[in-house]
Design a protein around this ligand. Structure first.
Ligand code: FPP
Length: 248
């Protein structure tokens, strides 16, 4: 486990500990290639790293963890690889059906879920029901998610409400718009982490990350251990978040 401990999430530490962390889990394929293994093995190792990360974030008292598991663009990957990732999601969801209540995590899936295989959608629905009785960390798994699609769909939803006379165009402000997104009701991420040595958001939480601190690391996701998260948290604790204001 890492160096941060839950007792450090008291009042003083709250100012330096993010409430909501979002992670772009990049580098699974390269992790596998370095070992001469198929890419699917890299995704399995990534899924293990994700499980460890959830438990560690929960132990630190972090309220929300949002991960990018599959983007709207990832369908372009070879069918074998798409199938491998869907199988991992399936396995994760099945395990969660038995473990979720014990672990007390609240699991949510965000994105255009209609395109997912029917059995996965059913497992998501089952886990949503189990999650209702849980009180621990909220884990948002973004699947078939794209930041631009999120914004477009929110605009369509609000336009529909305006056309139906339920809302006036003038009533649409940032708050109303935020609530129409798939992340509606969640606090924006304080910290967005991207592993895998790339420095871009790749269509992840574009609206929601307007004021997030962005942390890029060369570590490939399967190697992103609690110690690596501690490094990101130490970096975050040294940031001065001004939200467009002046330095305190
Ligand atoms: C990016 O690495 C990773 C993905 C597109 C898939 C992420 C999926 C998992 C971690 C497993 C399933 C998740 C859950 C929640 C059970 P990449 O393949 O682009 O790596 P590369 O850049 O090295 O090729």
């Amino acid at each position: 486990m890492g160096l941060f401990r839950k007792k450090e999430t008291g009042e003083r530490a709250a100012a330096v500990m993010p409430r909501h962390i979002a992670v772009i889990m990049d580098g699974n394929g390269r992790w596998a290639r370095k070992r001469g293994l198929p890419r699917g093995v890299g995704h399995s190792a990534g899924a293990e790293a994700f499980r460890t990360l959830v438990r560690y974030c929960d132990s630190l008292g972090i309220e929300q963890l949002t991960v990018f598991a599959f983007s709207t663009e990832n369908w372009k990957r070879p069918q074998d690889e798409v199938d491998d990732i869907m199988d991992l999601l399936r396995k994760y969801l099945r395990d969660c059906c038995t473990q979720l209540a014990k672990e007390n995590f609240r699991l949510r899936f965000l994105g255009d879920l209609d395109r997912l295989p029917e059995d996965i959608r059913e497992l998501i629905a089952r886990n949503r029901v189990i999650s209702e009785t849980c009180t621990g960390i909220i884990v948002n798994v973004c699947v078939n998610y794209g930041g631009r699609l999120d914004v477009v769909r929110a605009a369509q939803k609000l336009a529909g409400q305006v056309a139906a006379g339920e809302l006036s165009a003038g009533e649409i402000d940032e708050d109303v718009f935020s609530r129409a997104l798939w992340t509606g009701g969640l606090p924006d991420p304080d910290l967005v982490i991207r592993t895998g040595a790339e420095s871009r958001l790749s269509n992840f939480l574009l609206w929601q990350s307007a004021y997030s601190e962005l942390y890029f690391t060369d570590t490939l996701f399967p190697d992103f251990t609690p110690r690596r998260l501690d490094e990101a948290l130490r970096w975050y604790a040294g940031r001065n978040r001004r939200f467009g204001g002046v330095k305190a």
